[in-house]
Unconditional design. Structure first.
Length: 389
């Protein structure tokens, strides 16, 4: 029996014991959304595994332009209604009208703005909270809206969620949730994400030093600071090339920055690539880099690690769990420390080989099957407690 089959059987057994036959997942965005990222992939992978275990899974998200309002994907149903912000009010009102039935359970994905499920859902329920958004509000919204977002995240919502069971991806994110949102540590379970099976060693390594970065071109990823970092690294590593993969509304600004730094010949922005192209780039890269300000985990770093490519990344919550500092990569503060770390790794073949071997070893410990099973285990315990009361 494969690990996947064992995981499916374990989920099915827990579902039977906890009397869970249907799970509704409420989330901001669907996997088909142009701005989908790690949060959407996480929800998709657990929904797929739970559906394979015989559970009816329905995911409720916002609309995706040009896509149908309802689809079936890998065994679970996706219902997409409401605009980017209206979806929160719509789900809230739908929840007030719905009466949970025996066998039903709910997963709320809290991605910045909460759905306030403790107010409207009375059945078994858990919350998936990837990380504290904190300064992301000011980076993405106007001053007034950012103030509202911060107030909801740190003042209004936490008291409402104090009795909720929360799943987060990393120990460092858990620490931030406890310290900044004041949710009780005893109610937060760390369940690391998995790695897609397509990420494996192989391909042809670049002859010249090649830095690859992958992510949405949005403020929190700080690709502008990464570009400035790379320009500084180029002075010490003249043959350096860099590829920043992804799409987003900051593309024009990043293109202008690259032109202003006379880096058009060696830094490229190819946009969003298909899965095979991303794998090939990870395999070709000398290192994968991230200057992100906030991450629940840093999935691109563990994806690259599974290809045998070490990371150089900012020392932030999420990254501290995705990268074992000095083993599978190097963590450093942004600015000169990040520049120095990149120069050091790019200039030392023996160190890169050691970090590459460490990256493969660390990546081997992550599995989406295990993620889905552990997350469902938290939900099953909540359901069993709920049945007693």
């Amino acid at each position: 029996m494969s690990n996947q089959e064992r995981g499916v059987d374990a989920i099915a057994e827990m579902a039977a014991l906890a009397n869970i036959s249907k799970v509704t997942i409420v989330a901001w965005r669907d996997l088909d959304d142009p701005e989908a990222g790690g949060s959407e992939l996480h929800a998709h992978r657990i929904a797929t595994a739970w559906a394979k275990a015989g559970i009816e899974v329905v995911m409720r998200t916002s609309m995706v332009a040009g896509k149908p309002t309802e689809i079936v994907r890998d065994g679970y149903t996706v219902i997409r209604r409401g605009g980017r912000y209206a979806v929160f009010a719509q789900v809230f009102m739908e929840g007030l009208r719905h009466r949970s039935k025996p066998g039903e359970a709910l997963i709320e994905t809290w991605n910045g703005m909460p759905f306030f499920s403790p107010i409207w859902y009375r059945g078994p329920r858990i919350v998936v909270l990837h990380h504290v958004h904190g300064p992301m509000w000011k980076m993405s919204l106007s001053r007034g809206l950012a103030w509202i977002g911060e107030a909801i995240e740190k003042v209004l919502a936490p008291p409402i969620y104090r009795s909720s069971e929360v799943v987060t991806l990393s120990a460092s994110s858990k620490l931030e949730i406890v310290e900044q949102m004041h949710l009780p540590a005893s109610r937060i379970t760390v369940v690391p994400p998995g790695i897609e099976p397509r990420f494996v060693p192989g391909g042809t390594a670049s002859v010249d030093p090649l830095v690859v970065a992958v992510g949405r071109l949005v403020p929190v990823k700080q690709f502008d600071r990464l570009i400035e970092t790379l320009v500084a690294v180029k002075k010490s590593v003249p043959a350096l090339r860099a590829i920043v993969v992804g799409e987003g509304y900051l593309r024009p600004e990043l293109e202008t920055l690259i032109r202003d730094r006379n880096a058009e010949t060696w830094i490229s922005l190819p946009g969003r690539l298909d899965d095979g192209e991303v794998v090939a780039l990870y395999q070709e890269a000398t290192v994968v880099a991230s200057a992100s300000l906030r991450e629940g985990w840093g999935m691109t770093l563990t994806e690259a690690a599974a290809c045998g490519t070490p990371s150089v990344a900012t020392d932030i919550a999420g990254h501290r769990d995705a990268v074992v500092n000095g083993v599978s990569g190097v963590l450093a503060a942004e600015g000169q420390p990040l520049v120095s770390a990149l120069v050091s790794v790019l200039s030392d073949p023996a160190e890169r080989q050691r970090l590459s071997e460490g990256a493969l070893s660390v990546a081997a410990g992550f599995s989406w099957d295990r993620t889905a099973e552990q997350a469902f285990g938290v939900l099953a315990l909540v359901a069993q407690r709920h049945a007693v009361h």
